[in-house]
Design a protein around this ligand. Sequence first.
Ligand code: NDP
Length: 331
Amino acid sequence: MYKAADNRYEQMSYERCGRSGLKLPRVSLGLWQNFGLEKSLEEQKEVIFCAFDHGITHFDLANNYGSPAVGLAEENFGKILHTEMEGYRDEMIISTKAGFDMWPGPYGNWGSRKYLMASLDQSLKRMGLEYVDIFYHHRPDPETPLEETMGALSDIVRQGKALYVGISNYQEPEARKAMEILKNNGTPCLIHQPRYNMLDRWVEDGLLEALEEAGAGCIAYSPLAQGALTDRYLKGIPQGSRASRGATSIQERYLSPEKLEMIGKLNEIALSRGQSLAQMALLWILRKPQITSVLVGASSSGQLKNSMASLQGPAFTAEELEAIDNILKKE
Ligand code: NDP
């Protein structure tokens, strides 16, 4: 049976999530990749134990993680939790989501009350939990009335199946509307989960301000651009990397020759700061006051430790930030 490190809360810092009572670790762990068929359960345990031993209390899942074996990440996480970590449940923030394709037919995706209620019940069963800490609507649904989707989230809180609710992948105007409805329902939006990294800065055009105004937190997903914002791809595509598996959008989104040239230049700045590029990329996001946490993925405990060490890095100078902006502007 796993025993957590006694000093686990000494290195991590925790940030209040918007104007809520909940604090999240500045680095959180996501189980989208590497927690399905890619790795053995022993390898998965190593990464999760490493996270918890270093103060990562927040683990992020979704109904479809583990793809192509959808649901497998929740199942594996549940197994690890109940066989090894049962005594630590109250020290953990576990989130899950619904919004993408889960089962055939008209009730297996998007944002109807029917889908959200059924999906969360399935997630709780797979993880062997009575409740999750955060339940998200995973993507906006252009067809279902927002009142219905947000109403389902509010009822889920009232049923005790989630302590807090959030939204993910909502653009600014629809996020504002969703947060207003949740507030009027008496179940405020805890957090928004958008994609945000040096190569993907759309949240800076209004969303971050909207979240601040509403008192919601922000957790940035794919903060390393799925691994592109590291030194991993500077000399080609290494075997075993995410890009080599061809399973996700990393190639088309982040690995064009122009982007790789930018990444090479960013790497030089990181080295001059005495950091890895991964560490600089994470700290660059965390410097924004609206950001509660960065939600990293990791295929090994070594990567995770490297990412967590970003918190010990030096603050940016104005010159460094300008140099970074100049590189990114060429996008
Ligand atoms: P990242 O941008 O952090 O990419 C993680 C990948 O980067 C790892 O798998 C690894 O690649 C590489 N990596 C990580 N750390 C290092 C390091 N220190 N040095 C070198 N390489 C490193 O995040 P993800 O794209 O994995 O997303 C993180 C989480 O965000 C997901 O697990 C999920 O919880 C959430 N998410 C949410 C979405 C949503 O729609 N709400 C969508 C996508 C993600 P490799 O595997 O090649 O070794």
